[in-house]
Each structure stands twice: as structure tokens, then as C-alpha cells.
Design a protein around this ligand. Structure first.
Ligand SMILES: C[S@@+](CC[C@H](N)C(=O)[O-])C[C@H]1O[C@@H](n2cnc3c(N)ncnc32)[C@H](O)[C@@H]1O
Length: 354
């Protein structure tokens, strides 16, 4: 697209000086593309500068005339910005500010009122995030033992096999087949930075390995046991261990952690229990994996009431005490609302046998 504008036309050898003067005056039009011919450079301007402002007009090194410029297509910075002009004001307010991007797959969650515009929103998202190929719409919650979620493809090739990079670690995964959320990225770093040299760590619900691998990369002298029951997630876990060159530090174990905890050569200094809706059922297994003299547990639980942290703490401490262990809460945080009034809670707990 092109447009005619008033222009300052500067001799080539003075062009940079003129450009700077016009920019300082604040009259350079940034929505059009500067161009040149053999002799002159053409600058689109909001108004003609007077000779006091641009002495090159007196020396004959610059002149003012009209010229036709190509318009610069400015890339929208946010999804909301990209949808301006397509949706009315009320609907624009509902366009999500944030969404998950896993490798080159983006995942949208849309208000009912935006559903008829899902494809337009997905195309706009691809305009803002050029590396995104497939755009998925959440079509239900994460469910079942594998914690996978149904999705609807709303843009792109539909390929959900991707590679995601987080804290310098690479994860190959298929978004449809395994659980993975980039929202826990901060958590993984927080947990991994607590691991001390030579620790033995049990990642009881490892998925494709983000906790295990971040820890192994950050603390090379540690030993991590990563348990995973979903055969597809396990395959990616093994692949990611190789991809990140931590085969000497991370052992992947396929199957239910309840039936496989005996594989550990020594008891764990640290346990990661990232299975928010069922982790409590595995606290007995955790106490069998943990060093009796003391271990740190990173526990992820969920509750539906307003005091989610206190509810989860109460439930966890009752179970741990019933198993003959003491529990001391070191840290707690509400992570995210997964559904109306359902809150995921992260707890760091020091446990030791009574
Ligand atoms: C909520 S996901 C967390 C995955 C990973 N920690 C992460 O941050 O991406 C829980 C994972 O535990 C696995 N899982 C569920 N029950 C299990 C069990 N009894 N033993 C081993 N893995 C299990 C699921 O297949 C799933 O991959």
C-alpha cells in the first residue's frame, strides 16, 4: 500500500544529518518507508520544516515536495492489539492477555462469547507470534491418570509434536499425548535451585522430565529417579534425558511409582510430587522413598475452598503424621486457579521419621 505525503528530499551525502534533524524536530512520519534514488533520499514529514529548523533548505542540500511512499505494515505486539478493528470493544476486553506457547504450539482458552471468532483470533495469534504453527483451543480440563487434555485445532497444520526450550533445557513432546505446562517454569527453577550437591532426588510423577532435567542440569553431582506411568510421556522422558545429555544423572522408570519405588539404590533427600489432584494418595509411597532421617518434599495439591493452602496443609500433615513421620511446612504458595474455585497449592515440607 502506498500514500502521498509531504517530503523533505535531501541530497544523499547530507541525508543522515537531515534525518537526525527531522527526528529531533519530531516531524518524521514513522508509518511510511523512507526511499532513495540515485541523488536523493526522500523523508515523509508531518509538516514542512522552516529554514531555521533545517539549514540544508537554504544551502540547497534539501527541498520540500510531495512524494509517494510505501506504508510500513506495523506488526501488532499483543493479541488484543491484533484483534482491534475486528471485534467490538466489549469483546476485545475478553481476548486473553496471556496463553501458553509450548514450542511452536499455542494453546488458547476462550470465553464462550469469543468462540465464534476462534479462527480469527488464532490467525491473529500467529501474526503476533510468527514461530507458532498450530493453535489449539482447550476443549476440556486435564483428566485421567495421565493428566492429558482434549483440544480442538483452530489454526495451522495441526501438528502437536514439538520441541520446547525452558531454562536452557530442551523438551520434545506431543501436546495432545502428555501433560506439560510452561506455567510451572518458575516452580522448576525454584525447586532446582534448592538442590544441593550429591543429593538423591525422586521425581515421582515426572512427565516428560522438566523437573528432573532442570535439576540434573543445575546440579550435575545429583542423582535423579524419574517415575512416569504414561508410555508416551515415558518415551519422551527417555528422549529428553538423552537430548539434554544427563543420562549419567537421571534414571527414567516406567510404570506406577507405587510398584517401582524399590528401584532406588539409596533413599531420597528430596521428593517431587507434582500430581495435584491425587498426590495425597501417594504420601505413603513418598515416606518409603524418603530418607528416614530427613527429606524435603515439594508437594503440589489442590483444594476448592478459599483457604486452599490451609486445607491442603491440614490434609497432608494428617496423612504424614499417620505414617509415623513429622512434617514441618517450610514454604507455601497458591499457584493458579485451574477451574472456578479450584486452586493448586505448592508446599515445601521437611519430613522425618518420628
Ligand atoms: C501433573 S503431571 C506432571 C508432569 C511433570 N512433573 C511436569 O511438571 O510437567 C503428572 C504426571 O504423572 C504421571 N503419573 C500419574 N500417576 C502416576 C503414577 N502412579 N506413577 C508414575 N507416574 C504417574 C502422569 O502420567 C503425568 O505425566
Amino acid at each position: 500500500m502506498s500514500e502521498t505525503s509531504l517530503a523533505v528530499v535531501a541530497k544523499k551525502y547530507k541525508a543522515e544529518i537531515v534525518r537526525r534533524r527531522l527526528a529531533t524536530l519530531g516531524i518524521l512520519r514513522t508509518s511510511m518507508k523512507v526511499f532513495s534514488d540515485d541523488e536523493y533520499v526522500y523523508f515523509p514529514v508531518e509538516r514542512p520544516p522552516n529554514p531555521d529548523e533545517l539549514p540544508e533548505l537554504i544551502t540547497g542540500d534539501a527541498k520540500i515536495q510531495e512524494a509517494t511512499f510505501n506504508k510500513l505494515v506495523l506488526k501488532p505486539k499483543t493479541l488484543k492489539e491484533a484483534m482491534m478493528g475486528t471485534l467490538d470493544e466489549e469483546l476485545i476486553k475478553l481476548v486473553p492477555r496471556s496463553f501458553d506457547i509450548i514450542g511452536n504450539v499455542a494453546i488458547l482458552e476462550l470465553d464462550e462469547r469469543l468462540r465464534p471468532f476462534a479462527k480469527d483470533i488464532a490467525s491473529a495469534l500467529k501474526l503476533v507470534h510468527k514461530h507458532v504453527d498450530t493453535v489449539l483451543l482447550k476443549a476440556g480440563p486435564s483428566t485421567g491418570e495421565y493428566r492429558t487434555r482434549p483440544y480442538k485445532v483452530i489454526a495451522g497444520s495441526g501438528n502437536t509434536l514439538t520441541e520446547h526450550i525452558e531454562h536452557g533445557c530442551r523438551y520434545r513432546l506431543d501436546v495432545r499425548e502428555v501433560f506439560f505446562t510452561p506455567r510451572l517454569s518458575g516452580e522448576r527453577l525454584r525447586v532446582a535451585s534448592q538442590v544441593r550437591p550429591n543429593e538423591c532426588v525422586a521425581d515421582m510423577f515426572a512427565g516428560v522430565g522438566p523437573f528432573s532435567i532442570t535439576i540434573a542440569k543445575m546440579q550435575p553431582s545429583c542423582k535423579v529417579y524419574a517415575f512416569e506411568i504414561n508410555p508416551v510421556a515415558y518415551k519422551f522422558l527417555e528422549e529428553n534425558i538423552r537430548l539434554n545429555k544427563v543420562e549419567d544423572r537421571v534414571t527414567a522408570i516406567f510404570g506406577d511409582v507405587r510398584h517401582n519405588y524399590g528401584i532406588l539404590e539409596k533413599r531420597a533427600d528430596r521428593l517431587i510430587m507434582n500430581l495435584p489432584f491425587s498426590a495425597e494418595k501417594y504420601l505413603d509411597v513418598a515416606t518409603k522413598l524418603a530418607k528416614p532421617s530427613g527429606a524435603i518434599m515439594h508437594f503440589y495439591g489442590a483444594a476448592e475452598d478459599e483457604n486452599a493452602v490451609e486445607t491442603v496443609k491440614f490434609n497432608v500433615s494428617s496423612i504424614i503424621r499417620s505414617l509415623g513421620f513429622d512434617a514441618k511446612f517450610l514454604w507455601a504458595k497458591e499457584l493458579k486457579e485451574v477451574a472456578p474455585r479450584k486452586v493448586v497449592v505448592a508446599l515445601d515440607i521437611a519430613i522425618s521419621m518420628r
